[in-house]
Design a protein around this ligand. Structure first.
Ligand code: MRU
Length: 325
């Protein structure tokens, strides 16, 4: 699966709003195209947003815009995933050191490294799972959320490659349905046995002993190990703790925000309430009703069994000592 393709000054993004029914690529050739693609969730998932932003930065600079202008336009698209800032900082540094001629290469490096990073962390993560495991995941932390392969779903891929014998429960992940639309699509393509469930069914399954392990991705991890991920992750961690089920986070080091001491400081994106009010084209909430749509929540570090990164497997106390490069 190739969720992001860069070719001849064009960034092609597999439009995630249309999947699984249509596989359309949207083409971005300037800064505004990329800003719109991130804001409208044509591209989504923390690492994928970072990769797209790197190419957006290149397009903006190539068209003669100022660094601050380009940086801020991209930075303001989605506030929670820190990979966006990480990629923009790296592009800005490249520009300051080498000028414009090196920017395309730096964006390509960010793209290529992401795939390598995912494979590496997935290999580490696979050691925590065994043949026959029933694994629950939330949202989509797969190839579609990255430059390719995936983080939480990368680990699942890796376990499947080794054992050929796992089963995955996929939370549908209201309101954008990253689970039922995207994760299920990826697992189906790979031939990995899975079952889609509504977000409110996890407790029932855990109570019946049907879940052995939970693994999810992250959008931003604070130094103490508190981790922001798709809304609904926190309740899964609480349920896992209650049922004594290991709860893992798989994420690249670029998802760690070393400037934040705890998860309280992580900005949470609130998205348009129409995402909750409508299911596809059908309105499902009466007119005039108050609706909330926080897109992420923060899981406190004490509920996280371990963090799986490309630098190895860590407990929350180890996060602040991980070296970035
Ligand atoms: O709103 P989204 O779809 O961008 O949210 C994505 C998630 O929460 C993912 O779990 C996270 O970015 C990790 S993706 C490897």
């Amino acid at each position: 699966m190739r969720p992001i393709i860069y070719d001849n000054n064009t960034l092609k993004l597999l439009d995630q709003r249309k999947l699984p029914f249509k596989q359309n690529y949207c083409e971005c050739t300037d800064l505004e195209d990329v800003v719109e693609a991130i804001r409208d969730m044509k591209v989504r998932g923390a690492p994928a947003i970072g990769v797209a932003a790197a190419f957006g930065f290149y397009f903006g600079m190539k068209n003669g815009l100022s660094v601050d202008n380009v940086y801020n336009e991209l930075f303001n698209t989605r506030p929670t995933a820190v990979n966006l800032k990480w990629a923009l900082d790296r592009m800005k540094e490249s520009f300051e050191q080498h000028g414009i001629s090196y920017l395309e290469k730096t964006a390509m490096e960010i793209f290529d490294e992401d795939i390598k990073t995912n494979k590496k962390l997935s290999d580490y993560g696979a050691s925590l799972f065994k043949s026959g495991d029933n694994i629950l995941t939330h949202c989509n932390a797969g190839a579609l959320a990255t430059a390719g392969y995936g983080t939480a779903l990368g680990v699942i891929r890796s376990v499947f490659d080794k054992t050929k014998n796992i089963h995955v429960y996929v939370d549908e992940t209201r309101p954008f349905f990253q689970g039922s639309r995207l994760t299920s699509f990826e697992l189906h393509e790979e031939g990995i046995e899975h079952t889609v469930i509504c977000d409110n069914m996890a407790g029932f399954l855990m109570n019946r002993g049907m879940v052995d392990k939970v693994i999810v991705g992250a959008d931003r991890i604070a130094c103490n190990g508190d981790a922001a991920n798709k809304i609904g992750t926190y309740q899964l961690a609480v349920l896992s703790d209650y049922h004594n089920i290991p709860f893992y986070i798989a994420a690249p080091v670029s998802s760690i925000d070393f400037s934040l001491s705890s998860g309280e400081e992580i900005p949470i994106e609130y998205r348009d309430v129409s995402e909750v009010a409508y299911c596809g084209d059908n309105r499902i909430v009466p007119d005039g009703i108050d609706i909330l749509n926080p897109a992420f929540d923060v899981t406190p570090h004490h509920l996280i069994t371990a963090f799986i990164t490309e630098k190895g497997i860590f407990q929350s106390e180890g996060i602040k000592n991980i070296q970035r490069r």
